[in-house]
Design a protein around this ligand. Structure first.
Ligand SMILES: CC(C)(COP(=O)(O)OP(=O)(O)OC[C@H]1O[C@@H](n2cnc3c(N)ncnc32)[C@H](O)[C@@H]1OP(=O)(O)O)[C@@H](O)C(=O)NCCC(=O)NCCS
Length: 159
C-alpha cells in the first residue's frame, strides 16, 4: 500500500468514503457528502491531503486544516482521517496519520488537535497510538441518528 499526496483523480473515491460516514456514521457531524468542488479546494489549500492507495484503489485519506482562523492559531492544525469500510483495522489509518504528522512536524506546526465523536474506539485508539492526549469532552454537542453525540478533543504537541 502506498501513502501519497492526493491527486484530482482521487477525489471521487475520497468523497465517497466521506459521504458514507456522513450519511450512515457519526464520525462527522455532516449529514450528507460534500461536493467535489469542496474537495478540490482542499487539494489546492496550503494543508496536506494524503491518500492510501492499495493497488490503485483509494482506501483512505488523511488531511489537515486550520483549527481556527485567527492568526495566533497559525501553528496549530486540526487533523482528520478516514478509512473505507471493509479496509479498517488493517493499519491504514496509522500509516496515513504517521505520514501526515511527520509532514506537519516538518512544516513547524506546534500542536495538532482532533475532535472525535463518541463512541469511536478505533479513532480513540488510533489517536492515542499516535501520541495524542485527551483534552476534554464536550457533551451532547451533536445530534445524529436520533441521539446526542459527545465530542472528545485530543491534542499532541509536535514541536
Ligand atoms: C478511525 C479509523 C480512521 C482508524 O483507521 P484504521 O485503519 O481502521 O485503524 P488501524 O488499523 O490503523 O489501527 C490504528 C490503531 O487503533 C487500534 N484499533 C483499530 N481499530 C480498533 C477498534 N475497533 N477498537 C480498538 N482499537 C482499534 C489498532 O490496534 C491500532 O493501534 P496500535 O497502532 O497501537 O496497534 C477508521 O476506523 C475509520 O475511518 N473509521 C470511520 C471514520 C472515523 O471514525 N474517522 C475518524 C474521525 S475522528
Amino acid at each position: 500500500m502506498d501513502i501519497r499526496r492526493a491527486l484530482p483523480a482521487d477525489l471521487p473515491a475520497v468523497a465517497a468514503i466521506y459521504e458514507r460516514e456522513a450519511r450512515e456514521g457519526h464520525a462527522t457531524f455532516d449529514v450528507e457528502g460534500r461536493p467535489l468542488e469542496a474537495w478540490r479546494e482542499r487539494l489546492v489549500s496550503d494543508d496536506h491531503f494524503l491518500v492510501a492507495d492499495r493497488d490503485g484503489v483509494v482506501v483512505g485519506y488523511a488531511t489537515s486544516g486550520p483549527y481556527r482562523p485567527k492568526p495566533a492559531y497559525g501553528r496549530t492544525r486540526e487533523t482528520t482521517v478516514y478509512v473505507a469500510a471493509g479496509h479498517q483495522g488493517l493499519g491504514t489509518g496509522r500509516r496515513l496519520y504517521d505520514a501526515l504528522l511527520a509532514l506537519l512536524a516538518e512544516d513547524g506546526v506546534h500542536v495538532v488537535v482532533a475532535a472525535v465523536a463518541q463512541p469511536n474506539d478505533a479513532s480513540m485508539a488510533l489517536h492515542r497510538a499516535c501520541g495524542f492526549e485527551v483534552v476534554g469532552t464536550m457533551r451532547e454537542v451533536g445530534r445524529k441518528h436520533d441521539r446526542w453525540v459527545d465530542l472528545v478533543w485530543l491534542q499532541r504537541l509536535l514541536g
